[in-house]
Design a protein around this ligand. Sequence first.
Ligand code: BDP
Length: 640
Amino acid sequence: MARGSAVAWAALGPLLWGCALGLQGGMLYPQESPSRECKELDGLWSFRADFSDNRRRGFEEQWYRRPLWESGPTVDMPVPSSFNDISQDWRLRHFVGWVWYEREVILPERWTQDLRTRVVLRIGSAHSYAIVWVNGVDTLEHEGGYLPFEADISNLVQVGPLPSRLRITIAINNTLTPTTLPPGTIQYLTDTSKYPKGYFVQNTYFDFFNYAGLQRSVLLYTTPTTYIDDITVTTSVEQDSGLVNYQISVKGSNLFKLEVRLLDAENKVVANGTGTQGQLKVPGVSLWWPYLMHERPAYLYSLEVQLTAQTSLGPVSDFYTLPVGIRTVAVTKSQFLINGKPFYFHGVNKHEDADIRGKGFDWPLLVKDFNLLRWLGANAFRTSHYPYAEEVMQMCDRYGIVVIDECPGVGLALPQFFNNVSLHHHMQVMEEVVRRDKNHPAVVMWSVANEPASHLESAGYYLKMVIAHTKSLDPSRPVTFAPYVDVICLNSYYSWYHDYGHLELIQLQLATQFENWYKKYQKPIIQSEYGAETIAGFHQDPPLMFTEEYQKSLLEQYHLGLDQKRRKYVVGELIWNFADFMTEQSPTRVLGNKKGIFTRQRQPKSAAFLLRERYWKIANETRYPHSVAKSQCLENSLFT
Ligand code: BDP
């Protein structure tokens, strides 16, 4: 994207939008409406890991043909959750290969008898390769964890008078190979004096535990046979009016009518339109503002879409409601603009990670994390290093937490990972990320990779292609990582991995880092990672590494360096990390990565208070119109 002209770019976005998706069909978040029903399949599933030498016994014996208990012992497995930390069997914690999940469901009679109803099976995520059978019939395959996939199973359930019992079998393989995302390698250790025959290990090149399984919700939902398949919305602002450009795709019939209405937060209709595309104008618009950036909150409208269609079985209608935040995003040489105003990212990097459930989605954890973010005065996070659950993105829209949406392009460390098959898959994953998250006002930028080995010859072409593809998918948002991007994100660990213990060097080294990058590329910079390993409760003063005092001092030095460039071209800072998280075992990790400012149990280390004071101070300095924000968590505490 051209560097200078933010205005032209913002205007072009909505016009170019939506022409390049190669995927079949949309991926709207399932919702209940007068025309749609949902049936959640969360809870206990039957489970078995295939411990056979080649891990293929399940396929050889066709475990999907009959109830799983008939082919051997099963255990209870909660969904959503990672399977790794649930049982007392250490082999399961470290298991690499195929695991099998199964669940029986009774369907409402209408779903099986009414031929104007379409029944869809949707899996929120399955890490990392999944095959799905319904009543023993091969139905669906999907590659890649962290993103949803679904199949129309109407013809499997609408087959006779009473087939209301459904058996869903899902086989999931967590093996990472040079062509998966993230990639990995399997290494066979053949020295028989040290390893038994056939011994292998999974090598990965990233710093988080490769939790796996059905980590997000599985559900069944219905639509009519002619249905709203996808909605794409982009927004812009013209004087005091908001413009909402919509594009709707309908499947099942060409004989339909579409009506759209935009409602404000009080459910008052503020604009309406008809047809598959159009522009809605909202005079006196309430903009979507990031948390603490404006005295107005993150305002959400609702786009109600109503479809009526004629089918051979009679008329059908479908209803879908999409939350819409009206805002603009643009980048200049030295600023990141939201609604035309400079935005400074003061936030965190996260992981979807907590005890026992691993990366399993969990409402209490989600709400706690958002309460902590607001307490901290954080206005942004990066979804390091993979897309988070859809419910997380919805919370960001509602709370005004700005998101840099990162795909699982992490650990791209070896030359063999930059091959054509990987490139194709990486582009496909970006399509799936954009398709899923394109309508979230909170998402302001796509991140295509974390720390790829961009110096390798094979990486240059690969990364350029992924970035160009992402831009063609969504010209309305900037793209980050590596130098061929709109905003430069820098991870650095001065006085931690380099010159460790020497806090006095941070300011100098940080200044050199910023100046070199800015001189070369003249693009805004975000310090996208910095931090120090800290074991809660370790104290030493003067500070020594791993203590709470060292983490605090390191942060203080970084902040002095950041403040030098903050009003120039540095547009953000994201601490590594929000909370401690699990990694593979290694001599440099003590029960995981401890760079959190909160523990894995979400209790604060001393640095959390330091960061909190800083973030509220920055929020108050950068607020529009200038006013003092009150901490919502401590009534009588003002950070000015
Ligand atoms: C960064 C990586 C991140 C690691 C972090 C660390 O992007 O995934 O967890 O280092 O070492 O370079 O703590």
